[in-house]
Design a protein around this ligand. Structure first.
Ligand SMILES: [Zn+2]
Length: 83
């Protein structure tokens, strides 16, 4: 239970891997627990899931997807730092 309590910053940093189903179990549980009680981070995950949906349906090359994903990560970090 190392990750039983995450800060908003930690949650947002893990968010992309969370929506991408790339987190190890304990970390995933910790993120889910935080999201269940934090409206701020719940808004972030909704945004990330919309972005993933848009990426999944966009007819672009793999490289473009990687670049777009990186832009989304930067945007999420910037948004988290701002508020
Ligand atoms: Zn939070």
């Amino acid at each position: 239970m190392i990750h039983s309590r995450l800060s908003c910053g930690e949650t947002v940093r893990a968010l992309w891997d969370y929506v991408d189903h790339a987190l190890p179990g304990p970390m995933r549980d910790a993120v889910a627990a935080h999201l269940a009680t934090c409206d701020n981070c719940a808004g972030h995950v909704a945004f990330a899931q919309r972005m993933l949906g848009a990426i999944a349906t966009a007819p672009v090359e793999d490289q473009d997807v990687a670049r777009l994903a990186e832009r989304v990560r930067v945007a999420l970090r910037t948004e988290a730092a701002a508020g």
